[in-house]
Design a protein around this ligand. Sequence first.
Ligand code: ZN
Length: 118
Amino acid sequence: MPFSYEKVKQQLVEERAKLVEQLEQLEASKYESIGYSNHIADDATDALEQAVDLTLKRSAETSLEEVEQALSKLNNGTYGLCEACGTRIDRARLEALPHAQYCLDCQERREHTGKASH
Ligand SMILES: [Zn+2]
């Protein structure tokens, strides 16, 4: 099947909707749990749940940001170009990961240097 920007755009729009929904649910559950935390044991459970929620929320927010960026790149015609070296990202990679920001080489390099410097 040929690579289709329309298909990628559709995937990204769906992904964005999913992430927005996920974030809304996390927000809703946060407010819900405030109402019935009357006991110490419940507070501990809530704290743990909130920590998990926060991790989920952060990762959803990061993904949402990447999806938004990919969509704006689709609009301005720079979609599919590696942000680090400007090379056209492999189409198979984009099909597997529509919001990929880097080509495989740069991604690997970033993962290696990222671990070393942080
Ligand atoms: Zn690159």
